[in-house]
Every structure is written in structure tokens, then in C-alpha cells.
Ligand binder design. Structure first.
Ligand SMILES: Cc1cc2nc3c(=O)[nH]c(=O)nc-3n(C[C@H](O)[C@H](O)[C@H](O)COP(=O)(O)OP(=O)(O)OC[C@H]3O[C@@H](n4cnc5c(N)ncnc54)[C@H](O)[C@@H]3O)c2cc1C
Length: 435
């Protein structure tokens, strides 16, 4: 039987797998999905996890629950031999090596945070990319409050109560908005902390927040965040980070114990190491039908792919695009099996939205329409709630949001991620480490 391997368990991979399951006739091909997490993270809601507005489990959907007839392997892809058509996978639980053969393979391995090799940043910052990152940031922020509540060293206390977010794109802006809600809600529990001592700084290298939206939307976002007490620094590229804070290229210092990095992503490093054509930042270069030239049976979608746009350039790495590329790659694989013509990927983005905290948002929609304020926030919530996979998850998130309107945010500092927290950079990632 034809073997189809889907590498990854995120937006693109799941969209491709679901479509393949629907299109393939029984016995026509077997599908295997490989991912090192057994769930799909719904990233648009991720910034609400560190702020305690949403429970971590509620923004993820188990992969097995999304599959109807595909096999799932919980493992990390560590190598690919294109000559023998073998993918090497280390099981995520015991590390045992599996060699999976394929006739068609879809790379949908996503991206990782990029710190642009800036000195100290990888070691000192918290990325906001996955569920574990979100939980770490939450526990670290709570650790800062716990310490600030008892420390008498003024300088240290100021550092502990200053939170810096780098990156004025959607993730950074939404995280800033969420944090303002979070701090307002929890400050009452830390009696020795004066609310005015808490400071949140949003640092953006370019001249505008939300550069994918019209400039007026960026200006609106600056005003909305500043009204909620956020210090927004524009045209402020970062030079380096150290244990006491952040240095900007213009010499400005931000003394902080918490640096959240959402300034950029780059394709999965595994992909960049493959001997096939890679382009922008190491992404797999695909043709308009999402296949890789000169490698029959090899396809790539999502953040790890460089997908050409008919308008020139490439499609941006967003969930919106990955979700639409999945069904196209599925249809093209089925066409390849049946000797039918390929279909090019073509998609016009619906628009982009961001929530700004305090029940405010901004949205730039297809056709040049823009929305701001409460309506944009409501649209954001409604749209993403409906897109969240799984009715049970939708109900849980709706309940979290409802309870969030009534009760203060939870301040339990759960040390569930503190045992093996040294990452590839050697940095100690335990919340509160180095404070
Ligand atoms: C906080 C945040 C908010 C965002 N908000 C939005 C938004 O509002 N709208 C929007 O359109 N986009 C948003 N994005 C971007 C969006 O999440 C990505 O563009 C999208 O997830 C890309 O989909 P993908 O399928 O390519 O990769 P992903 O969804 O990242 O999936 C990659 C998968 O590959 C797996 N994987 C990676 N490496 C390996 C390996 N070596 N072996 C096995 N498995 C592996 C991972 O576990 C994961 O399952 C946001 C991103 C973040 C971080």
C-alpha cells in the first residue's frame, strides 16, 4: 500500500491529514502522522495562558482525537534519507529509533523562535511559542511577584516588577494586552506591592506596532496599550540581554527580570539541515503545487515552507495559510496517486486581528475594512472560538472566558515544569531561576 508520512502535528499537518482521510479510498494508502507532542496547540489563544485567562489544556487538542484512520507516532524527526525514502524518528518517551518508509512525505514541522544570535538573548529570554513556554512565563511572572512582595532591595524590586516583551507583532501586542489585565487582576494579592510599581515595556525594532496592518491600526494599538500603562518603545532594536535586563542599540537600558521574546521565527532547524533546496531562513522551497522540485513525493507546507505567491514573493508564515495549504497538498498527493493534474496553492488572506486587553482589539479585514475597540475584540473572540478544533475545547474556553469576567486571575504558582529545565543553550529555565 502507498505510504504517506505527515511530519508535524500542527495546523498544516492536521488540515492535510483530515483532507487525506476524506479523499483516500479504503486501502488506497496508509497515513502516518509524526509529531513530538501529542497535541495541536491553538496558538492564537496562547498569549492568554501566561496571564491565566485560559487553562493550558483548553488551548490544545489531542492529535489522536483528530484522526479517524491514520496512525500516530509520538516522536521527533531526526533525519531523512531521500535516496532510500526513510525518515528517522526518535520516540518522545524512551528515545528508541524508528525508521519509517514513505512514498509521499509532507514536511509540516513549523518554526522555532529566532533570537537573531543577539548576545545573551537566547539564554535570558522566554520565548512564547509553545504551551510549555506559556506555562513557564506564567510561573516566572508569579515568582517575580512573590519575591518582590518580600524583597527590601529597591533596585531588585524594580527589576522584578518590570516585564519586557520584545516584538510588536501580533504575539507581542497580544501578550502585552493580556499582561495588563493579568497584573490589574492579581496586584491585590501582593499587599506589599504598589500597583504603580508594576511596569510593562513593549519593545519594537520597527516604526510601527502590528506592521501587517495599516499604520493607523498600529497607532491605535500604541494608544490603547499606553492608556493601560504599557510603555511602548518603537524604533528600538535590541542589542543584547543579560541577567539584569536588556540593552537597546541606541544605548537605552531596560532593567528587568523578565524578558519575553516574540520578535521573530525561523523554520524548524531540522528542515534547514536537509540536503534539499532551502530559501528564506532555511525554509523548504516548494513549487506552486507545494511539491519540492527534483524530489518526487516530497511536499512542504506551513511555517517550514517557502510557498510562492502568484502576486510575487511568498506567502507569510501564519496559521491562516498553513490551514489552507493542508487541503491543497492532500488533494495534490491524491492526484499524484491517481495520475491527475496538480492544483496550485492560491489564497487571499481574510485579514489579521489582535486583542489588546481591556476588551479592546484591532482588525484589518479583506477588502481594506478596519475595526477597532470592543467590536474588533468581540470579532476576535468569536472567530477564534469557532476555529478552535473540538466542541469540548470550545465549551471549556467559553467557560474560562465567562469565569474570567467574574473572578480574579489565579495566582497558584504550579511548579510542574521545573525538573529538567535546561535547554539547548544551557540556560536554567526553571521559573524564577536567576532572580
Ligand atoms: C503566540 C502565537 C500566536 C499566533 N497567533 C496567530 C494568529 O492569530 N493567526 C495566525 O494566522 N497565526 C498565528 N500564529 C502563527 C501560527 O501559529 C503559525 O503560523 C502556525 O502554527 C504554522 O503552522 P504549521 O503547521 O506550519 O506549524 P505548527 O502549527 O507550529 O506545527 C508544527 C508541528 O511540528 C511538530 N514538530 C516540530 N519539529 C518536529 C520534529 N523534529 N519532529 C516531530 N515533530 C516536530 C510540532 O510539535 C508541531 O506539532 C501565532 C503564533 C504564535 C507563536
Amino acid at each position: 500500500m502507498t505510504r504517506i508520512l505527515i511530519l508535524g502535528g500542527g495546523f498544516g499537518a492536521m488540515a492535510a491529514t483530515r483532507k487525506l482521510e476524506r479523499l483516500l479510498r479504503p486501502g488506497e494508502a496508509e497515513i502516518t502522522v509524526v509529531s513530538y507532542e501529542n497535541f495541536t496547540v491553538f496558538t492564537p489563544m496562547l498569549p492568554e495562558v501566561p496571564s491565566g485567562n485560559l487553562e493550558p489544556r483548553h488551548v490544545v487538542t489531542p492529535i489522536r482525537a483528530q484522526l479517524r484512520r491514520s496512525r500516530f507516532v509520538l516522536g521527533r524527526v531526526v533525519g531523512v534519507d531521500f535516496a532510500t525514502r526513510i525518515v528517522e524518528v526518535d520516540h518522545a518517551i524512551d528515545g528508541s529509533r524508528y525508521r519509517l518508509g514513505y512514498d509521499h512525505v509532507v514536511f509540516a514541522l513549523g518554526s522555532v523562535t529566532s533570537t537573531f544570535n543577539l548576545p545573551g538573548v537566547a539564554e535570558r529570554s522566554y520565548p512564547l511559542k509553545g504551551l510549555e513556554d506559556a506555562e513557564r512565563i506564567r510561573n516566572h511572572a508569579l515568582a517575580c511577584f512573590e519575591l518582590a512582595d518580600v524583597t527590601e532591595d529597591e533596585e531588585k524590586r524594580r527589576r522584578l516588577l518590570t516585564f519586557a516583551i520584545v516584538g510588536g507583532g501580533f504575539t507581542g501586542v497580544e501578550a502585552a494586552g493580556e499582561f495588563t489585565d493579568f497584573f490589574r487582576s492579581i496586584a491585590r494579592f501582593y499587599r506589599a506591592v504598589d500597583r504603580r510599581e508594576i511596569s510593562l515595556v513593549l519593545v519594537e525594532a520597527g516604526p510601527q506596532l502590528l506592521p501587517d496592518l495599516p499604520p493607523a491600526m498600529g497607532e491605535y494599538s500604541v494608544r490603547a496599550l499606553e492608556r493601560r500603562g504599557v510603555r511602548v518603545l518603537l524604533n528600538a532594536p535590541v542589542a543584547a540581554a543579560d541577567k539584569d535586563g536588556l540593552s537597546l542599540k541606541d544605548g537605552t537600558r531596560v532593567e528587568t527580570s523578565t524578558l519575553i521574546w516574540s520578535a521573530g521565527v525561523k523554520p524548524s532547524p531540522l528542515v534547514a539541515s536537509l540536503p534539499i533546496g532551502t530559501g528564506r531562513g532555511g525554509a523548504i522551497v516548494v513549487q506552486r503545487d507545494l511539491s519540492v522540485a527534483d524530489y518526487p513525493g516530497v511536499w512542504a507546507i506551513g511555517d517550514c515552507a517557502q510557498v510562492p505567491s502568484p502576486a510575487g514573493g511568498w506567502y507569510p508564515p501564519t496559521a491562516q495559510h498553513a490551514i489552507r495549504e493542508g487541503p491543497v497538498v492532500a488533494r495534490n498527493i491524491v492526484s499524484a496517486l491517481r495520475g491527475l493534474p496538480m492544483q496550485p496553492f492560491r489564497y487571499e488572506a481574510l485579514g489579521m486581528m489582535a486583542s489588546l486587553g481591556g476588551r479592546r482589539g484591532v482588525a484589518g479585514l479583506r477588502g481594506g475594512y478596519v475595526l477597532t475597540g470592543f467590536l474588533a475584540w468581540l470579532l476576535w473572540r468569536t472567530y477564534y472560538l469557532l476555529r478552535l478544533p473540538g466542541l469540548d475545547r470550545q465549551v471549556r474556553v467559553a467557560l474560562d472566558w465567562t469565569l474570567g469576567l467574574i473572578f480574579p486571575r489565579d495566582i497558584s504558582e504550579l511548579r510542574l515544569y521545573t525538573e529538567s529545565d535546561r535547554d539547548a543553550t544551557g540556560a536554567d529555565r526553571r521559573p524564577g531561576a536567576g532572580l
